[in-house]
Design a protein around this ligand. Structure first.
Ligand code: THU
Length: 136
């Protein structure tokens, strides 16, 4: 599944709209429904309106009716591995299955770095309303 998710993120990266940074990113999440949802970064002339690949993938999942992901993969274009930005980590915190959920980051020469949500979000903001109770 790790390889499959990375491959889907690589595919999704092809769709990236990054005329300003020229840094293309792709992401893929494995939903708890068993489906894979993908996303790419989408930039804007008003730079701050840019949305990262990870959030696009998660929003794609949520808007398709699935609210938890069991794993996330992100693939950037640089020489370093692409760790999710802090804004994305907050959104990931909201929709990950647990703090053991794995996050795969593609590094140079195809090395895949693997971290848990707990490792990359050690002190997250969480709502007082448990997600499990929210079904509207
Ligand atoms: N970007 C992502 O898509 N994901 C990240 O986790 C970090 C950054 C995008 C945003 C922008 O389009 C480009 O990479 C350069 O920052």
């Amino acid at each position: 599944m790790k390889r499959e998710l990375i491959n889907r993120a690589i595919e999704a990266r092809e769709k990236a709209y990054a005329p300003y940074s020229h840094f293309k990113v792709g992401a893929a999440v494995l939903g708890e429904d068993g489906n894979i949802y993908t996303g790419c970064n989408i930039e804007n002339a008003s730079y701050g309106m840019t949305v990262c690949a990870e959030r696009v993938a998660i929003f794609n999942m949520v808007s398709s009716g699935c609210r938890k992901f069991k794993a996330l993969a992100v693939v950037g274009g640089g020489k370093e591995d692409s760790a999710p930005c802090l804004a994305c980590r907050q959104v990931m915190t909201e929709f990950c299955e647990s703090f053991d959920t794995p996050v795969y980051c593609n590094g140079p020469e195809d090395v895949i770095f693997e971290h848990t949500m707990r490792e990359i979000c050690p002190y997250p903001f969480v709502s007082f309303i448990p997600n499990e109770d929210y079904n509207d």
